[in-house]
Design a protein around this ligand. Structure first.
Ligand code: AMP
Length: 378
């Protein structure tokens, strides 16, 4: 701890969704003030912040004012142009750094950097034309996954290539820069969420086991139930990555566990992650409090887990038959409900989540899935 930012100070967050909201709640509990910046108004984070700047990301005057009003800026949304982090960095601290953001914003840069540092990634090739794609497919084989180099998330901007021609696949993706990845035959998907302070102290959550529905995270359980060797390997991969990229703040490493027992990194998110939401209820220090501690250069909190836990996302779909059955669900009195303050429930939109602790991860997962069914009136 060299130059800590102490409670009472004002912290800035770029992006105003649920990750910012849960960060702000943790920060306020610790006695900090929160300023949030995004183009929107009455946002999940703005509703619980001390001040909400609602202006375009290109409004440099407003951004400068925002930067001057806070002791440090962190992110809940990482796809901001690097010019913004540079501008903010002229006035205040930016954690994680613009360099880390820049790597995670671009899949080719991300995989290339990880590979350079000797970290395990699936086979991949850069693709900038149908001709490149043809060559890459003959090297990596089929099936393979073609992804836009930037701005893809939750399975958007990606295409599985089985038997279609390279020309058709390239036309369908409709981009000028992409990455082709070998299809990983995975046993499961896990994440390790790490936190590192400027003094180099490191803490982690997980591995957390993640299952997806329609490419969106659906349920997370922790412990993940991997062998002790695989757990250690996943944690060591995350730790090495933090050191190699000199990450300060919180970052999630999403990984595949392959059927032959390898850990391969899928992608990075330089912020708290949906798979870490259960830590609010299940761990001594949650990922959001840890983000506060890490960016403020305070000692990191204990990441000890209290009991096995499961988290289920509540997407807009849960509202498809009208208002969810809150009363019936809340009668299951060990379920923790988190809602993000969003008024419009669109299909696929993350509206909230449920967490439950249990005797085992299996019991917790059964309970959290049952609670979600009750909400849907099923
Ligand atoms: P991404 O947007 O890269 O996180 O990908 C979304 C989902 O697609 C992942 O969570 C995986 O289920 C699947 N996926 C992505 N890349 C691969 C790959 N190389 N091999 C197998 N499945 C993948």
């Amino acid at each position: 701890m060299t130059n800590p930012i102490l409670p009472g100070a004002t912290l800035g967050v770029l992006g105003s969704g649920q990750l910012g909201r849960m960060f702000a709640i943790a920060a306020r509990r610790l006695g900090y003030r929160i300023h949030v910046y995004s183009p929107d108004r009455d946002t999940p984070c703005g509703q619980v912040a001390d001040m909400e700047y609602s202006a375009p990301y290109e409004d440099y005057e407003q951004l400068e004012q925002f930067a001057r009003s806070v002791s440090v800026v962190t992110f809940e949304f990482e796809n901001v142009p690097s010019a913004i982090t540079e501008l903010i960095g002229r006035h205040t601290l930016v954690r994680p750094s613009g360099a880390v953001l820049n790597i995670s914003q671009h899949r080719l840069r991300e995989k290339g950097t990880l590979q350079q540092h000797g970290l395990p990634v699936p086979g991949f090739r850069a693709v900038r034309s149908a001709v490149d794609l043809e060559a890459a497919l003959s090297e990596l084989g089929r099936p393979a996954i073609l992804k836009t180099a930037s701005s893809g998330y939750d399975g958007k901007g990606q295409l599985r290539i089985d038997s279609q021609s390279a020309a058709d696949a390239w036309a369908a993706l409709n981009t000028d820069e992409a990455i082709l990845e070998a299809l990983v035959d995975f046993e499961c998907e896990v994440s390790v969420i790490g936190a590192r302070s400027p003094s180099g102290e490191f803490a982690y959550y997980g591995p957390l086991r993640n299952s997806h529905a329609h490419h969106i995270l659906d349920v997370t359980t922790c412990p993940a139930g991997l062998s002790p060797q695989l757990e250690q390997r996943a944690i060591e991969v995350a730790r090495s990555l933090f050191e190699a990229l000199d990450v300060v703040g919180v970052l999630c490493v999403e990984m595949f566990v392959t059927r032959n027992g390898e850990i391969l990194i899928n992608e990075l998110a330089p912020r708290p992650h949906n798979s870490g939401h259960l830590t609010i209820d299940s761990h001594v220090t949650c990922q959001f409090e840890q983000q506060v501690r890490a960016i403020c250069d305070l000692p990191l909190g204990s990441t000890q887990q209290k009991r096995p836990a499961a988290m289920a996302n509540l997407l807009g779909d849960v509202w498809s038959k009208g208002e969810p059955q809150w009363g019936s669900m809340l009668k299951m009195n060990d379920i923790k409900l988190h809602l993000y303050g969003k008024t419009e429930a669109r299909v696929g939109r993350k509206m909230g989540h449920l967490t439950v602790l249990g005797e085992s991860t299996e019991a917790a997962e059964r309970a959290v899935r049952a609670a979600r069914q009750v909400l849907r009136g099923e």
